[in-house]
Design a protein around this ligand. Structure first.
Ligand SMILES: Nc1ncnc2c1ncn2[C@@H]1O[C@H](COP(=O)(O)OP(=O)(O)O)[C@@H](O)[C@H]1O
Ligand SMILES: [Mg+2]
Length: 578
């Protein structure tokens, strides 16, 4: 809800291990490509270190007597250097290719999961949060998938190789290189959890800002109308501040961690320099070895720093993983009919169904003690035109959601019976039998024809014009320069509410379903247009079941049955023209 309660939903930390396992699973699809990139990185870091080795030999031969090999080592060094330039280009090319692939595939997958999720399970996710997950989290996972292994393994290779080079030349030096290892391991372990928590919080706050912005743009008109732009502005500033605070806190933790680790690294560097100079002074190592040591110490501290960067990257990756896992684990809806359901649907599409509600009770999961409907039973026969009336917030729209299987009854059941006497429970896979015009502004940003063809891709222009006529929309559509190809902007921009309502009705009619649900669809129509629309419905849809949720008298007049929602029940009432 706009400006309202920002749900303080702190997602559980799944645990870095579980997150990494999930990432492993995701990236195993691309293991060939990731392997190639990793291999290139590893080879290229081996080459880099070997260049140091070559230079050692060059220096040793120059300072010593054996001059014959200078050219050879110099050439090898140059070849290695050139290869690395080539590798870097190649790896960049492969990286971008699989980055985009993973990003697109994962995004599509998550997008699909959102649309297949049970509607109620999505309640805690706001639009902006979902958008953030779909973009920034998916993108950091794609980045992680291409970067994590190559980085880690090339850093480890550097470590092992440099260690090997040092051991071969001076084992004591190698020992020195590791004096800080236990300290670093202890530190990292201690800090990782805290960093993980901060990171998750940062992502949530960023999603919160996105959600807030999306919502406020949707409400531009009323914000202007009430002159509350400054209020909205201030609210964003508060959110930015919360985001800033959290970022600074995270930064503090990570600075403390990396500073301590860097100091440990520095100590190692100093000690090994001192040791190297001492050994050189003793004449125990050559100048070449000393230069190589200096180089390698640099590489070591470089790879050490790279390793430090792996930690926050991994944490960031883990957090994004947990946010995507949250979506992937949402319970999904079963929309595929069983063979029996399929047969039932096929047999009922033309002939229609009776709808029987038996002791239906329903409460939303966030308020399980508040029954919206309670133990209500009634029947709507095929071909009937039915009006549902009753005060706002009594459960009329909820009833439609139950019919469509978007929600399920808490107790009792809704059954559908066809002319053969077959009976099925209304659920998500039965939706094919229903056409639905929801309350509100239910149109997609696209042309009129595209909106209608979303429901029936094979509809001809004539058929589209046919349903537009039936919905009393063709009067204004034919006046548009582009006719049925006129573009409808975001949220129906460019059209009036009543016009959008009629286009939405036409879109439902193109489905040609046996049961049509209209949720307050004539609320913005003038009396005369409404009357013409109802006449059309009565003449063209007389063999369909048409259920109106309405407050309008006209609709009651054309209805065969009227239900009033009262005391959480659907009560049959009779309309008398006074
Ligand atoms: N998604 C939802 N989650 C929780 N409660 C809801 C939800 N949608 C509606 N409600 C509650 O259910 C009741 C009935 O809502 P609804 O069916 O939309 O009423 P109406 O009769 O006006 O169409 C209202 O009190 C509303 O607060
Ligand atoms: Mg409603």
């Amino acid at each position: 809800m706009f400006m309202g309660m920002v749900r303080e939903k702190t997602e559980k930390i799944v645990g870095l291990k579980a997150e990494l396992q999930w990432l492993w699973h995701i990236s195993s699809v691309y293991k060939k490509e990731i392997f190639v990139i990793t291999l290139i990185s590893v080879i290229s870091s081996i080459f880099s270190l070997s260049i140091n080795l070559c230079l050692k030999y060059v220096i040793d031969t120059v300072t010593g007597e054996n001059k014959a090999h200078v050219a050879f080592y110099a050439v090898v060094a140059v070849v290695l250097m050139l290869s690395n330039i080539g590798f870097s280009a190649l790896s960049s090319r492969i990286r971008i290719k699989i980055y985009v692939r993973i990003q697109n595939e994962l995004q599509l997958d998550v997008y699909g999961k959102i649309f297949n999720a049970q509607w109620e399970s999505l309640r805690e996710y706001r639009k902006g949060d979902l958008i953030n997950r779909l973009n920034s989290d998916v993108s950091s996972i794609a980045n992680g998938a291409i970067g994590w292994w190559p980085n880690l393994l090339s850093v480890l290779t550097q470590f092992v190789y440099s260690f090997f080079l040092i051991v071969m030349n001076d084992p004591t030096m190698a020992l020195i290189a590791f004096i800080s290892a236990p300290f670093s391991a202890f530190m990292s372990r201690f800090m990782i959890r805290r960093m993980h928590e901060h990171n998750l919080r940062i992502k949530e706050l960023s999603a919160d800002m996105m959600a807030y912005q999306t919502d406020s743009f949707g409400n531009l008109q009323y914000i202007k109308a009430f002159g509350i732009a400054d209020v909205v502005h201030r609210k964003l500033k508060e959110k930015q501040n919360a985001f800033k605070e959290e970022n600074l806190d995270y930064n503090k933790v990570s600075i403390v961690m990396s500073t301590l680790l860097k100091l440990a690294g520095l100590l190692v560097t100093f000690v090994s320099y001192a040791w190297g100079i001492y050994r050189l002074h003793q004449g125990a190592i050559t100048y070449g070895t000393m230069v190589m040591f200096l180089q390698i110490t640099l590489t070591l501290s470089g790879s050490f720093n790279a390793l430090l960067k792996v930690i926050p990257t991994t944490i960031n990756l883990g957090t994004s993983a947990s946010r995507i896992m949250g979506i992937e684990n949402l319970p999904s809806e079963d929309v595929t009919p069983t063979p029996q359901e399929r047969q039932f649907i096929d047999e009922s599409l033309k002939t229609g169904v009776d709808i029987r509600c038996q002791n239906v009770t329903f409460s939303y999961s966030d308020e399980p003690n508040v029954n919206i409907l309670e133990n209500t039973s009634f029947t709507i026969k095929k071909g009937e035109t039915v009006a549902i009336v009753g005060g706002s917030g009594l459960g009329k729209t909820t009833f439609f959601r139950l019919l469509l299987g978007i929600l399920s009854c808490t107790a009792g059941k809704i059954e559908l019976e066809n002319v053969n006497g077959d009976i099925m429970t209304a659920n998500a896979s039965m939706r094919e039998l229903f056409a639905y015009v929801p309350q509100g502004n239910p149109i997609t940003e696209a042309t009129i024809a595209e909106n209608i063809r979303m429901i029936n891709p094979d509809a001809t222009d004539e058929e589209i014009i046919g349903v537009l006529k039936m919905a009393c929309a063709y009067d204004f559509v034919k006046e548009l320069p582009e006719g049925i190809h006129a573009h409808i902007g975001e949220n129906g921009k460019g059209f009036s509410e009543g016009q959008i309502q009629r286009i939405a009705i036409a879109r439902a009619l193109i489905k040609d379903a046996p049961v049509i649900l209209f949720d307050e669809v004539t609320s913005a129509l003038d009396e005369e247009t409404e009357w013409r629309l109802l006449e059309n419905i009565r003449t063209h849809l007389h063999n369909k079941t048409v259920i109106f949720v309405t407050h309008k008298l006209n609709t009651l007049q054309i209805s065969d049955k009227i239900f009033k929602v009262e005391n959480r029940k659907f009560q049959r009432v009779h309309f008398e023209v006074s």
